[in-house]
Design a binder for this molecule. Structure first.
Ligand SMILES: Nc1nc2c(c(=O)[nH]1)N=C([C@H](O)[C@H](O)COP(=O)(O)OP(=O)(O)OP(=O)(O)O)CN2
Ligand SMILES: [Zn+2]
Length: 136
């Protein structure tokens, strides 16, 4: 098996409404996302997938959604808050923790990759010292 990885960044605001400390306040992160895709064999074009094609997919399915957006769990408290904010809001079923963002991003990317290429690993940095990972 062979893998390639491409790195992306996006700027996103959020709040963890059930958090006992500062993370319940609106704040933002410069997220770093590392996307690793794999295939059993190198293809006829001597790649498993062109980095440029991978970039198009991630831009369309992930960056467009999250960059310069406010991400909120859809609940009563956040619905009230959003009435006072003129912002691009992405509503989620869950709190926008790094774990839930990875879960969402994984589904988006997997739905966009065609065999024999598959998503192998995601690494999402929320801060310089805090990150989440998913691996097949
Ligand atoms: N398991 C998780 N815990 C926390 C998450 C998360 O997504 N998953 N998120 C947060 C907050 O969003 C926070 O902004 C990031 O947390 P933290 O690493 O504590 O950020 P700090 O910059 O304050 O880190 P220090 O190392 O304390 O400076 C909280 N928890
Ligand atoms: Zn945060």
């Amino acid at each position: 098996m062979i893998s390639i990885t491409k790195e992306f960044t996006f700027e996103t605001a959020h709040r963890i409404s059930n958090h006992p400390a500062a993370c319940r306040h609106l704040h933002g992160h410069s997220y770093r996302l590392l996307v690793t895709v794999s295939a059993e064999e190198i293809q006829e074009n001597d790649m498993i997938i062109d980095f440029k094609v991978l970039k198009q997919i991630i831009n369309e399915k992930v960056i467009k959604t999250f960059d310069h957006a406010l991400v909120l769990k859809r609940n009563e408290e956040n619905t009230k808050l959003a009435q006072h904010i003129d912002s691009k809001i992405f509503w989620m079923e869950y709190e926008p923790t790094v774990e839930r963002l990875i879960e969402y991003i994984k589904i988006q990317i997997e739905n966009s990759l065609a065999k024999p290429v598959f998503l192998k690993k995601l690494k999402l940095f929320e801060t310089a010292t805090s990150f989440g990972e998913w691996e097949k």
